[in-house]
Write a protein that binds this ligand. Structure first.
Ligand code: SF4
Length: 290
């Protein structure tokens, strides 16, 4: 099996230092909505200057380089053990090159491993076998501040008068946005999963964040709710970095999961403006990055 360590290192470098074009475009568009001279517009301008500098200098977009979450879609017969070894070696190298800040802290001893490796879950690597002969590795770097404001609700929620339906989903998602104000580094992107259990719900709420900004939801009802939630969040006046303004959320993504009759969870993953997610593909020995 081909050694992809150097290619995975390049994937990490690109993810940490080069904000995807669709996210940057969305930030550029949102600037036009903010008043000239306002704190909101100033915050967005600073963000975009920082994005351009990071790309030019190959330095992290944010000092918090986030939790690395990999999704590996591999063809039949490929060794997941070897792929995991290569990912871990690349992560160590990325830390040495300062593409990643040492972020893995032993929760018991408080000791930082110094190389972004720690136990089974740091980095997190999900494997899924796929048909065909193409390997794809997706990486998301999920900031700590925005992860802290993620939320999970069990419906019905009497405090919010949220029942077990899409109207209830809407209420709790807006509650999560309200509670995140001033934290989580807005403008954010909302990943929402309703249904599932507590674990699968949170997982799915992050998986939807791998989609491109302009990808529509195949379910028209969910597409409508996504747009409604983005619009309503942007009417809350929270704004970029909580400075007020019209840009609180750039996009909302929603997915539904089958659930037990007894449970109805809504899981919200909040992604900050440093929306770092990239992909590499290997087919016919050729490596491409997106
Ligand atoms: S939440 Fe995002 S933008 Fe804010 S400090 Fe963390 S990684 Fe950086």
């Amino acid at each position: 099996m081909r050694d992809l360590t150097e290619n995975i290192l390049e994937l990490i470098r690109r993810t940490s230092t080069d904000l995807p074009a669709d996210v940057e475009k969305s930030l550029c568009t949102s600037i036009e909505r903010e008043e000239p001279g306002s704190a909101a517009r100033g915050a967005l301008e600073t963000i975009l200057k920082n994005v351009a500098l990071s790309r030019k200098n190959s330095t992290p977009i944010c000092q918090d380089t986030g939790t690395p979450i990999f999704y590996v879609h591999y063809p039949e017969g490929m060794s997941t053990r070897k792929l995991k070894e290569q990912i871990r070696t690349a992560m160590e190298a990325a830390t040495r090159h300062s593409y990643m800040r040492p972020n893995a802290v032993n929760v018991l001893t408080e000791k930082n491993s110094g190389n972004n490796l720690g136990g089974k879950a740091f980095p997190t690597i999900h494997f899924e076998e796929v048909e065909g002969d193409e390997l794809t590795i997706e990486l998301m770097l999920k900031g700590g501040g925005c992860e802290n404001v993620g939320a999970q609700y069990s419906l019905p929620d009497s405090r919010l008068s949220a029942g077990r339906d899409l109207a209830g989903v809407r209420k709790v998602v807006l509650d999560a946005v309200q509670k995140a104000q001033g934290q989580g580094c807005a403008p954010g992107i909302l990943g929402v999963a309703f249904g599932g259990d507590r674990g699968s719900g949170y997982l799915a709420s992050k998986e939807v964040l791998f989609n491109k900004m302009d990808e529509g939801n195949p379910d028209p009802k969910l597409a409508e709710l996504e747009q409604k939630l983005t619009d309503e969040a942007n009417q809350m006046g929270i704004g970029p970095m909580g400075f007020g303004g019209k840009t609180t959320v750039l996009k909302t993504r929603i997915t539904g999961l089958h659930r037990l009759p007894a449970s109805y969870f809504v899981s919200v993953s909040y992604m900050c403006w440093a929306y770092r997610r990239r992909k590499m593909s290997v087919k016919d020995n050729e490596v491409t990055y997106d």
